[in-house]
Design a protein around this ligand. Structure first.
Ligand SMILES: [Zn+2]
Length: 458
């Protein structure tokens, strides 16, 4: 046994808190290093969200595509200051390999800025991309491309940092974060274009887009929930279409690339206890995973890692759940809320509320029940995202009527994350180096293992 082999073995044992100590070191086998990495994050996608999607879409003996991948682990998601993380600290852990406090992005609790795994790929001459169904300045994409101490304070600052970082592909929602807000500010979309980016705003423009750098902003805010796209006559691309274009643009680079793809609205649907949308959004994400893995299979030089930043609302499928009724709901609870909300984010019209619940959720409530429900909507405050309060209440009402497994409204109202839980989340991997992901991991291990495989220590 050579000296360095022994050192390798010992080092592996000594740093046992990270899983890259496993069999690879004992066998002194070289880790196969991929050229490209596709990192896919289902925001808020715990085992419960996956189970809802699996059961609703494929039945009890069926499988999601991601469940067919060869390497599987599960991941604890606590943040530096809480056993329940928000998406800012969760995204930072998955992007940088360091834990931070809730609401902080791309920096340690002491505000020291940290490079993300995306930066490491960039420094190695690889192309980089970020795709999401939320605003591209939202917590998860921001964790890979920016550093800010408060995720809420300045989303425009995040967009400026994304320009400065020259992330090659940026696709998602959030156009209003790029607009000029003061006379001395620049319109950031124009600045991106000046820097050689092709700019697209809908599905058709995306399909024909060419060039080496691409900015696609398909909504002023988050992209629409999948379930609402027909109702809203949306021209937005699907997550799979964005992934397809992202891969086409990035793969032009002979040195390889790093691409993060986020199914962001699984989390938003979960906050609303909107079981129907959890199903649709998780399937949307699973289809993008399938596209990415099939692409990687052809290339034979790409690692795909699929995981989540945290679980939201303790979603589960108890025995009495009324799957048939839930599958019959035709719009998101957020869409229903928009129909009944006044400008002051209250419900005033009892008859309209009754009608909306009947039409879209097939719920018939008597006058007393409707009055009680409206009182709850109008007189309680969320600790975060008060603007979503009515949508969250509508979803919770529908979930309760259909016996879905979900955290109580009271727990959500008391939660600084609006209902996230500390439940562990799944991880699946495919391709070169995927065997490094196994067992019980912590969120910070995930980018550290990617870094280890690539030779980019974090
Ligand atoms: Zn959330």
């Amino acid at each position: 046994m050579k000296k360095n082999t022994i050192c390798f073995l010992l080092c592996g044992l000594l740093i046992g808190e990270y899983s890259f100590t496993s069999s690879v070191f004992a066998q002194t086998k070289e880790i196969s290093k991929p050229k490209n990495v596709i990192y896919m994050i289902g925001d808020g996608m715990g085992f419960g969200q996956m189970e809802i999607a699996r059961l609703f879409e494929h039945g009890k003996s069926g499988k999601l595509f991601m469940e067919t991948l060869p390497n599987v682990a599960y991941v604890h998601t606590d943040s530096a200051n809480q056993f329940v993380t928000d998406s800012a600290a969760g995204g930072t852990a998955l992007a940088t390999g360091f834990k931070t406090n809730n609401e902080m992005i791309g920096m340690k609790p002491n505000k020291q800025e940290i490079d993300s795994i995306l930066d490491k790929f960039k420094n190695d001459g690889k192309k980089t991309g970020i795709i999401t169904t939320s605003s591209v300045t939202d917590a998860t994409p921001a964790a890979f491309t920016a550093s800010v101490s408060d995720r809420w304070a300045n989303q425009r600052d995040i967009a400026s940092q994304q320009l400065k970082n020259q992330v090659d592909v940026l696709l998602g929602g959030g156009a209003n974060k790029f607009k000029k807000t003061a006379p001395d500010e620049k319109d950031l979309i124009t600045e991106f274009q000046k820097n050689g980016y092709t700019f697209v705003t809908n599905k058709e423009e995306l399909a024909t887009a060419k060039g080496e750098k691409l900015l696609g902003l398909f909504n002023q805010s988050h992209m629409n929930f999948k379930i609402d796209r027909d109702e809203k006559k949306s021209k937005e691309p699907s997550l799979t279409e964005m992934t397809e274009k992202g891969l086409e643009i990035l793969a032009q680079n002979p040195n390889g690339f790093f691409l993060m793809v986020e199914g962001a609205r699984i989390d938003h649907a979960s906050h609303s206890a909107d079981i129907t949308s959890i199903w649709k959004e998780t399937i949307e994400f699973d289809q993008a995973v399938q596209y990415a893995v099939e692409w990687a299979k052809k290339k034979q030089d790409t690692l795909v890692v699929v995981t989540a930043d945290h679980e939201t609302m303790g979603i589960s499928e108890p025995e009495p759940i009324n799957i048939k009724a839930l599958k019959n709901i035709s719009v998101s609870s957020s869409y229903m809320a928009d129909l009944v909300k006044t400008k002051d984010k209250k419900i005033e019209d009892i008859r309209k509320m009754k009608e909306v619940l009947q039409r879209y959720a097939h719920l018939q409530l008597n006058n007393q029940a409707i009055t009680d429900f409206i009182n709850t909507c109008n007189h309680e405050n969320e600790m975060v995202y008060q603007e979503s309060h009515i949508a969250w209440e509508i979803g919770s009402l529908i979930a309760a009527h259909n016996h879905a497994g979900v955290s109580s409204n009271e727990n959500r109202l008391l939660s600084s994350t609006g209902g996230h839980t500390g439940n562990p989340v799944p991880l699946f991997a495919f391709g070169d180096g995927s065997e490094e992901f196994e067992g019980v991991l912590n969120n910070v291990d995930v980018p550290r293992i990617i870094g280890k495989i690539m030779g980019y220590p974090l």
